[in-house]
Write a protein that binds this ligand. Structure first.
Ligand code: VG1
Ligand code: CO
Length: 565
């Protein structure tokens, strides 16, 4: 590729702060048009470099990867130019800036890079009218912890200038290394293969020959939803496992994800659910835009809730060579995730941690070797192999369990509930309500939890079921490793007997507010007729109580949620 004899100079560009560059649950997410404003992306990237690297900025080596959505390549070029302007010595980037979020995490760790920028708004829609996002990951391969994201936000509020080499042009469409001289120092850009490192890593973690043998007699479907996982699925499942190419659906990466939500759930992946209902296939999985989420379905679209998926994997980790070699430490789940995994931890005598929503809170626990597996109800499952959740890994983990237990997905779940009982779980999302309605709802619930009479009170569903409040609070987390405290992480109403209601506002939306209502009902293992019923039917009474206690309908004017998972 281009050899650099040309010498480039660094420009200092005057700028002024933009409001609201506060990274949310997972990076900064806004409409593409917001990122396209002059200096907007530049300011955030400059603040990310300062906050993420501090005095290690000069000479650092950074990764850039994205999910292929609209504006990824433009943003990648900007990052390369700003990194060059700040004395970064090398950028490693996927071809055309494409790398899944889990692949980014792996590559940062494998090549011991200083950190990286991940260009994705994950499951949010893309395209010129959709969303874009930027996330900074640190040298452990994980999302920057709150200390760093808060610092980024502070810096964006006072930024006056950024450094850039604006005439630096790099061809990121070809594999290879380009060398430049910037302000007298060498600057290198290495364009790497999109899938090679990740696929090789999966072959070390899993028993590919065993999964391949298992798949010879099964029909499976893998749905990339036109997000970044397409090329990874083709490599692993078609080239390595020998599946027919029509077992991988929507594998072309589209900048607008075909105009759909690249979000693997029963609403946005309904096409897949409908195909599975026909009963021709034994197993299916779907993945989100950046490849860190997964949905698992069995024969006739039997749905595995992400909470149950985490618990089942926790109980079956010995099916996977990686855990047989490394052993199993504890587990962790985000607070709204059901307590199904806690029950597995208890039986196995392992610790189980409860963190706020967002993968960044698992990083310290993994780095300190406290946990081996963690997950979130929002279709996120992952392990210590990287520091992000990992969709394709989760599908391979499930196939490992099926191959070794020789059971169907449904039977794996029935056997699990038979031992541990069942934590029925559902999440109701009310997307794009007004910020005012969202705030009022939380304020009303704050009043409920602060009222000393709430504890011990009995809430009654319209159908007569009664639930006695054991604990009502706003979740606060003290990181057991670094002692940092995160307050106001969600309203919890915990009932006697293990049922729960959680309310929180989304931190990944790009406008207005999204209210999330999490509903969990625990049924003991000695009651098969109860744990085999339909989830939405089982949860009906508690959902009704959730709507009553939060006054959700009155405050939002919404009769139905946008999405039920
Ligand atoms: C949501 C999920 C959360 C997840 C986050 C990022 O956040 O609830 O569990 O970690 O998305 O996932 P929120 O604040 O909107 O509830 V991803 O795949 O969009 O990076
Ligand atoms: Co994602």
């Amino acid at each position: 590729m281009s050899g650099g004899t040309t010498s480039y100079t660094v420009e200092t560009v005057k700028t002024s702060p933009f409001d609201g560059q506060k990274p949310g649950t997972s990076g900064l997410r806004k409409a593409v048009t917001v990122f396209q404003q002059a200096h907007y992306t530049e300011n955030f990237v400059q603040a990310g470099l300062w906050a993420g690297l501090g005095d290690k900025l000069k000479g650092s080596v950074l990764l850039v990867g994205g999910d292929g959505r609209f504006f990824c390549e433009e943003a990648a070029h900007l990052i390369i130019r700003i990194a060059a302007g700040n004395g970064v010595s090398k950028i490693v980037i996927g071809k055309k800036a494409i790398l899944s979020t889990p692949a980014c995490s792996h590559i940062i760790r494998k090549y011991k890079l200083s950190g990286g920028f991940l260009l994705t708004a994950s499951h949010n829609p893309g395209g010129p009218d959709g969303d874009f996002g930027i996330k900074y990951n640190t040298d452990n391969g994980g999302p920057a912890p709150e200390g760093v994201t808060n610092k980024i936000y502070e810096l964006t509020k006072t930024i006056k200038e950024y450094k850039i080499v604006s005439n630096l042009k790099v061809d990121i469409g070809q594999l290879g290394t380009s060398k430049f001289t910037v302000g007298g120092e060498p600057f290198v850009v290495e364009v790497i293969d999109n899938t090679a490192d990740y696929v090789e890593f999966m072959k070390q973690i899993f028993d590919f020959p065993a999964i391949k043998t298992f798949l010879q007699t099964k029909r499976v479907l893998l749905n990339a939803m036109n997000g970044v996982t397409g090329p990874y699925l083709r490599k692993i499942f078609v080239e390595e496992m020998g599946l027919p190419s029509d077992s991988c659906l929507n594998c072309e990466i589209l900048p607008d994800f075909g105009g759909k939500h690249p979000d693997p759930n029963l609403t946005y992946a309904k096409d897949l659910v409908d195909i599975m209902k026909a009963g021709q296939h034994d197993f299916a999985a779907a993945f989100d835009g950046d490849g860190d989420r997964n949905m698992i379905l069995g024969h006739r679209a039997f749905f595995v809730t992400p909470c149950d998926s985490l618990a089942v994997l926790a109980a079956n980790l010995e099916s996977i060579p990686y855990f047989r070699q490394n052993g199993v430490k504890g587990f962790a789940r985000s607070m709204p995730t059901s307590e199904a995994v806690d029950k597995v931890a208890q039986r196995l005598g392992k610790d189980c941690y409860q963190t706020p929503t967002g993968w960044k809170f698992f990083g310290n626990l993994m780095d300190a070797d406290k946990i081996s597996l963690c997950g979130e109800e929002s279709f996120g499952t992952g392990s210590t192999h990287i520091r992000e959740k990992d969709g394709v890994w989760a599908a391979l983990a499930w196939l490992s369990v099926l191959a070794s237990t020789k059971k169907t997905v449904q039977d794996v779940l029935l056997d699990h509930w038979n031992i541990y009982g069942r934590n029925f779980f559902t999440r109701y999302d009310y997307e794009n309500v007004s910020s005012e309605a969202g705030e009022k709802l939380i304020a009303g619930l704050e009043a409920f939890i602060k009222n000393p009479n709430s504890k011990g009170t009995t809430l009654t569903a319209p159908t007569g079921q009664k639930y006695k409040v054991a604990v009502a609070d706003n979740f606060e987390y003290t990181d057991p490793i670094d002692g940092s405290v995160s307050k106001n992480q969600g309203i919890r109403i915990l009932f006697e007997g293990g049922s729960r209601l959680i309310f929180r506002l989304s931190g990944t939306g790009s406008s207005g507010a999204t209210i999330r209502v999490y509903v969990e009902e625990y049924v003991k293992s000695d009651n098969p007729s109860a744990y085999e019923q339909d989830a939405q039917a089982a949860l009906g009474p508690l959902v009704a109580i959730a709507l009553q206690v939060s006054k959700l309908r009155e405050l939002t004017g919404r009769d139905q949620p946008t999405v039920i998972t």
